[in-house]
Design a protein around this ligand. Structure first.
Ligand SMILES: Cc1ncc(COP(=O)(O)O)c(C=O)c1O
Length: 490
């Protein structure tokens, strides 16, 4: 009996040993497989401080957002450092950033003044609650942002991302009507092909089917304007297309359907970035503004991409001469260096809340990291850079050249449309039969691996929007690379 038992125990221990050996081998193998040594050449990395970094990672644990995880993990695109217009890969390749990070690093990467501001802030005040307390830089940054915004858009509510900015704006709109005694105004109107982040508010007013269809019933009482794009009428347009102002009139139809007294707000991007750079048609935003005014509906501009210079102005509202009631920003506010977003409200919107006993909170909303000291410090440094280097004006000056460079892609195999506005371009490629998105994905992979270029894709649409510090030569270089990629995936 004893013998039998020890025999079993022995076998079990041996089994455990074997299992552990196998397990360790697999782990070690995988670690070795993804172990990367960063040895940047002295020339490319001379001013980034660190010359070498070592990472030992396992790719399994990180569930990448908005990424096909299995394809990525089979052929990872790793970035370990950045400076100015470039990223650097673990093997020391300099890769041109053709998308300003993710439409956010408008002043370029790792700018010394922003880095220094973050470092100093971290050493001085790492965190201060924004509920019932505040730190001085939050007021300073709010004042600087308000000064950049048009008209009486001068009250700034801080959050941490574009998605939070959108949900914040939608909540402010609903609460605004509520505190004014118009609590029946609960409907929100978005637009097809709109992208407003990934919160439940944002995906409800957003108009991208894959961002909506997996996530249940979303917010109730939401309707959508039609998209403003018509390839037949608008293909290969630089700037705002002439055709399409009438798409705004659909708002009148929606108002007639639901009744104006039930509608709180309309939210649109002045230029829809994520669905492929679709600028508002000429006169469209003006018409939306007029209809909103006629019916007491708040107009919200989602300027998460267009804010801070992308269209040659601090905000697209200025470019189009249309003042929204609420304006969402994020990304470029601190050149993408620390997560931050926010909403700029017209003074009249803010004032509507400033009633009742003074010890009572006026808006029951906010985030632990609202106006985070590091984000504010980075924001002040980024605004200094935008001003001192005239980056918004630079974008405006470069726009014609940028548009011309983008249009050189016209006529390449599979190119259905090219749109360019400000320092942004969208290129629609013909989908491969039965495999939508495959050509676009291959283009992004080839751009990175073969051409040392980062681009953005949405399905088979490519987006190119480099930092605003991009030189004229670099614009030419970027579109030459894109042309080679388009030929390669034809
Ligand atoms: C117009 C717009 N709104 C909102 C968002 C969401 O921003 P975030 O990813 O910071 O939540 C984005 C992101 O690209 C955007 O383009």
């Amino acid at each position: 009996m004893y013998r039998a038992c020890t025999g079993h125990v022995f076998e079990f221990v041996r089994f455990l040993e074997l299992f552990l050996e196998l397990f360790l081998e697999t782990v070690v193998e995988r670690r070795v497989a993804v172990e990367v040594r960063v040895e940047q050449s002295e020339t490319t990395m001379s001013d980034t401080g660190s010359l070498a970094a070592r990472q030992t990672n396992d790719l399994d644990a990180f569930w990448l957002p908005f990424t096909p995880n299995r394809a990525f993990k089979r052929a990872p695109r790793l970035i370990t450092a950045a400076k100015g217009m470039h990223y650097f890969t673990p093997d020391g390749r300099a890769v041109v950033d053709g998308l300003a990070g993710l439409w956010c690093s408008n002043a370029g990467h790792n700018r010394d003044t922003i880095v220094g501001a973050i470092q100093r802030q971290a050493a001085e005040l790492d965190y201060a609650a924004a509920f019932h307390f505040a730190h001085p830089k939050s007021f300073e940054l709010a004042s600087r942002i308000a000064a950049l915004a048009p008209a009486d858009l001068n009250r700034v509510f801080f959050c941490n991302s574009g998605s939070e900015a959108v949900d914040t704006a939608l909540k402010i709109a609903l609460a605004y009507h509520n505190v004014r005694g118009e609590g029946d105004r609960t409907r929100l109107i978005g637009r097809e092909r709109g992208y407003h982040g990934v919160g439940f508010g944002g995906i409800s007013v957003g108009g991208i089917v894959n961002n909506r269809k997996f996530f249940g019933t979303l917010l109730a009482g939401v309707d959508h304007l039609p998209a403003t794009y018509s390839r037949e009428q608008q293909a290969f347009t630089k700037g705002e297309p002439r055709f399409g102002a009438h798409f705004a009139d659909e708002l009148e139809r929606i108002v007639a359907l639901h009744g104006a007294s039930t509608i709180a707000a309309v939210i649109v991007e002045p230029m829809a970035g994520s669905t492929g750079v679709l600028p508002a048609p000429q006169g469209y935003l003006q018409r939306l503004r007029a209809i909103c005014d006629r019916h007491g509906i708040l107009l919200i501009f989602d300027e998460v991409i267009t804010g801070f210079g992308r269209l040659g102005h601090a905000f697209a509202a200025e470019r189009y001469g249309v003042t929204p009631d609420l304006l969402c920003f994020a990304k470029g506010v601190n050149s993408g260096a620390v997560p931050m977003g926010g909403v700029i409200a017209r003074e009249s919107v803010y004032d509507a809340f400033m009633h009742g006993p003074e010890h009572v909170i006026e808006l029951f909303h906010g985030y632990t990291y609202s106006a985070h000291p590091l984000a504010c410090a980075a924001g002040l440094a980024a605004l200094d850079l935008y001003r001192d280097e005239g980056l918004f004006e630079r974008a405006k000056r470069l726009e014609p050249l940028y548009g011309d460079a983008a249009m050189t892609l016209r006529g390449l195999p599979g190119v259905l449309d090219v749109r360019a506005v400000g320092i942004a371009a969208g290129i629609d490629l013909a989908p491969r039969p039965g495999a939508p998105g495959e050509r676009g994905y291959e283009a992004m992979e080839r751009a990175f691996h073969d051409e040392d270029l980062v681009i953005r894709i949405t399905g088979d649409t490519l987006a190119i929007a480099p930092p605003l510090i991009v030189s004229e030569a670099e614009i030419g270089e970027i579109f030459e690379k894109v042309a080679r990629v388009i030929r390669a995936v034809a």
